[in-house]
Design a protein around this ligand. Structure first.
Ligand code: ZN
Length: 391
């Protein structure tokens, strides 16, 4: 039985609203009512909670997340549920477990892990399905992926990639032979297709967008730099209003000034902060796995032996705060990039990423200095800081 909650007194901030002294009723995993506290009495059967010292915001959604807390999803897809239980401490209520370039058997294993469902008594972030980053990538922009598993796009191998089979998003290099057929096939399946790890020209990228690709994976990383005579994939992603771009604002993957430029150009509705976090997230510096490779992690970054970046150790709450610091944008805009925008990318904008009646009760309480005090996933408190809030 779900508890009915009445939360009152918080400042409520979403991509579209900023309301002082709001109140909210949560019933059966969803938001039943929301409005000004003065105009809303608690339902008789509800548990009332005074949250007046907090900012109430929609839960965070990470579309690119390779693992964390010591576990790598590509090496061990079985750890997805275990890691998902840790994510609410960073305000994350939903995510796409990301499988980097790997043999198809590995992808199937990850699909089965989601197919088999959550373990009993699971309370954690919801995996919406996989982000398959590969294997149709350009070896010239391999990043920390294993070239041995890269291959040319081929429609026959993606027929079973559907949201029903737990594939939500596929990153591919649109300049590869066969890419446009695969983009069309995946879009027909309801899968979001992203351009990334690519040497595509501006024109090749535009043709991919025309074919239905609507997202760009970690803008500026694993693609040629923005060149004013040859704008390439980066220029095409910035330029095309149909496309949403992922970006990693850890201060290392992209210079803060270009994060600012990207936000101005794309606006919060088409900029999506992702972490691209790997196994070392939440751990001490040392050596960790990313797919087949051992990655050296220090206080701020994760790198292969030759210095190439291999994912990040950013958490999504810090991504939110960094974005505000790099761009001086409002909390509402920064929140959009990790709530309403990723929900819309996944076609879930009618029930995720906002605080409105009928939406899933995926909520975060932030302190005045924007630390995560508590996270609710589908009506259940998945994590809370006992120093801040007694439940
Ligand atoms: Zn990547």
């Amino acid at each position: 039985m779900h508890t009915t909650w009445y939360l009152s007194g918080a400042r409520l901030v979403t991509a579209h609203a900023d309301i002082a002294n709001a109140a909210l009723v949560v019933e059966n995993a969803r938001i039943a009512a929301v409005g000004a506290a003065a105009a809303m009495a608690p339902p008789a059967h509800a548990r009332a909670l005074d949250v007046s010292k907090f900012i109430l915001v929609p839960g965070f959604i990470d579309l690119q997340f390779n693992g964390g807390f010591g576990h790598d999803f590509t090496a061990q897809p079985e750890t997805i549920w275990q890691v998902a239980q840790e994510l609410p401490r960073h305000g994350v209520v939903a995510f796409l477990p990301t499988i980097i370039t790997a043999p198809f058997e590995k992808i199937q294993r990850a699909q089965s892990v989601l197919q088999n469902g959550a373990p009993e008594n699971f309370c954690g972030a919801t995996p919406f399905g996989l982000h398959l980053e590969g294997p149709f990538l350009n070896p010239q922009k391999r990043g920390a992926h294993n070239i041995a598993y890269m291959r040319l796009p081929d429609v026959s191998s993606v027929r079973a990639w559907t949201p029903q089979n737990f594939v939500r998003l596929v990153t591919l290099a649109p300049e590869l032979d066969g890419a446009r057929e695969v983009i069309r096939a995946l879009c027909e399946n309801g899968v979001v297709v992203s351009a990334g790890h690519s040497m595509a020209t501006f024109e090749e990228a535009q043709r991919a967008f025309d074919a239905g690709s609507a997202y760009g994976t970690h803008l500026f990383n694993a693609m040629p730099p923005l060149d004013h005579r040859a704008p390439g994939l980066a220029g095409a992603l910035l330029n095309d209003a149909r496309v949403t771009v992922g970006i990693i604002p850890d201060g290392i993957h992209v210079h803060p000034a270009l994060v600012d430029l990207a936000l101005r150009q794309k606006t919060a509705a088409h900029l999506n902060v992702v972490t691209d976090a790997m196994a070392a997230l939440g751990m001490t510096p040392g050596k960790y796995l990313l797919g087949d490779f051992t990655v050296q992690v220090d206080e701020t970054s994760a790198r292969l032996e030759d210095g190439r970046l291999a994912g990040s150790i950013l958490n999504l709450r810090d991504g939110l705060v960094n974005l505000m610091r790099f761009t001086r944008c409002s909390l509402s805009d920064a929140l959009a990039t990790i709530t309403a925008t990723p929900a819309r990318v996944l076609h879930l904008e009618n029930e995720r990423g906002d605080i409105a009646p009928g939406y899933f009760a995926d909520l975060v309480l932030l302190t005045a200095d924007l630390r995560v005090a508590a996270t609710m996933v589908q009506g259940q408190w998945a994590w809370h800081d006992a120093q801040e809030l007694a439940l």
